[in-house]
Design a binder for this molecule. Structure first.
Ligand code: SAH
Ligand code: SF4
Length: 360
């Protein structure tokens, strides 16, 4: 892993900023001023923070990194899903996706503009259907790199983002400390001010971290990528299931739900893998146990991988079984608004772009 030279200015909480400034002889109100520049006025460079004393501006520039991610490419148009490819300061590439207001995101009418952010470069979990894990894991993003995806996408698109999903590249719970740090900044009134109910973390099922999340004071949303209702099926497509089999995972989920928190399931429908009636009945049973809603997502084909989505009637049949069990579920229809389609395939897209179009 390439060590980042300086800590990112966008990684600090207000308290940390205040403590740092105090240590260097500044009054505490300076922290608020700096945060206003970063998150309200959206100025990243200390040189441009004109109401700070020159000596403080120089100090911040010397000690912290505040460089913006370099937007290398934008794909898509304003009323469809837009993808942004960013080059980080060490040259690694990540993508963020902006999804316009959609009539049915997670089963709720949503007039919100959603950003799908990456939490790592690559992913170590190697789910068999996912493009993000194909090349393995390169490194964690720091909190500033996560937060800056929102700022950069707002700046590039001219849109105001009011919903955040951690469904881009990477397994967010494998980057726990940086994730939580970023969420606090995204959520804080002095930061980006996005309500916790509008922040969703998606995980492939890291049981110990789910338990840890249950103790966090901020109640943001958790989505569990289940994709299989028995160990046999789940282990076939998600190697993480061998480490945390369903019994262990669901116990962690029980614990989470006992703490008055809700979990939502994501279930990709893959033809002849996890779309049988038996899986539907078992999935419904698990959902009832955890009072979870289910989001069914027809699999989005990844070039070079063998999987495909079931026929529409098959998808609807699966959906109807869940409904018979009284489970609340949605079946994704509009391709353009499909978050997983937009987010689950970042790695391949990024690689292709890198190979074909970008200078080294
Ligand atoms: N690592 C986390 C978050 C990133 S993946 C997780 O696995 O939950 C975000 C979602 O996209 C997950 O539910 C993932 O299973 C899904 N996904 C990955 N590849 C996909 C594909 N080709 N089609 C549809 N969804 C996909
Ligand atoms: Fe990683 Fe999630 Fe893709 Fe699995 S689905 S490889 S955990 S990004």
């Amino acid at each position: 892993m390439l060590a980042l030279a300086k800590p990112s200015l966008h990684s600090l909480s207000l308290d940390e900023l205040a403590a740092h400034l105090k240590e260097h002889g500044n009054p505490s109100y300076r922290a608020r001023q700096v945060a206003d520049w970063l998150y309200k006025k959206r100025i990243a460079s200390p040189d441009e923070m004109t109401d700070l004393p020159q000596v403080l501006r120089s100090h911040l520039a010397e000690v912290f990194d505040s460089s913006k991610p370099d937007a290398v490419r934008t794909l898509g148009s304003k009323d469809t899903t837009q993808k942004f490819l960013f080059r980080l300061r060490d040259g690694n590439l990540i993508e963020s996706v902006l999804i316009p207001a959609s009539p049915a995101l997670y089963g709720e009418a949503s007039d919100r503009r959603t950003i799908c952010v990456s939490s790592q470069v690559g992913c170590a979990y190697g789910c068999k259907f996912c493009a993000s894990g194909l090349d393995g894991w390169t490194r964690n993003l720091d909190a500033g790199e996560i937060v800056q995806q929102l700022i950069a996408v707002e700046e590039k698109s001219g849109e105001r983002i009011d919903n955040v999903v951690f469904m881009g590249m990477g397994e967010p719970l494998a980057n726990y400390e940086n994730l939580l740090r970023a969420i606090r900044i995204i959520n804080a009134p002095w930061g980006l001010g996005i309500g916790a109910r509008h922040i969703t973390v998606s995980t492939s099922g890291l049981a110990p971290q789910i338990r840890k999340l249950a103790e966090e004071p901020t109640h943001f949303r958790l989505a569990l990528s289940l994709h299989g209702a028995t160990d046999e099926v789940r282990s076939q497509i998600m190697p993480v299931n061998r480490k945390y089999p369903l019994a262990v995972l669901l116990e962690a989920c029980d614990y989470y739900v006992q703490k008055k928190r809700r979990i939502m399931f994501e279930y990709i429908l893959i033809a002849d893998v996890n779309d049988t009636d038996e899986q539907a009945h078992k999935l419904a049973k698990i959902a009832r146990r955890l009072s979870a809603k289910i989001n069914l997502i027809p699999y989005n084909t990844v070039e070079g991988l063998e999987w495909s989505r079931p026929s529409r009637p098959r998808q609807e049949h699966f959906h109807s079984i869940l409904r018979e069990h009284g489970v609340i579920s949605t079946l994704r229809r509009e391709k353009g608004h499909d978050i997983a389609a937009a987010c689950g395939q970042l790695r391949l897209q990024t690689r292709r772009e890198t190979d074909v179009r970008l200078p080294a």
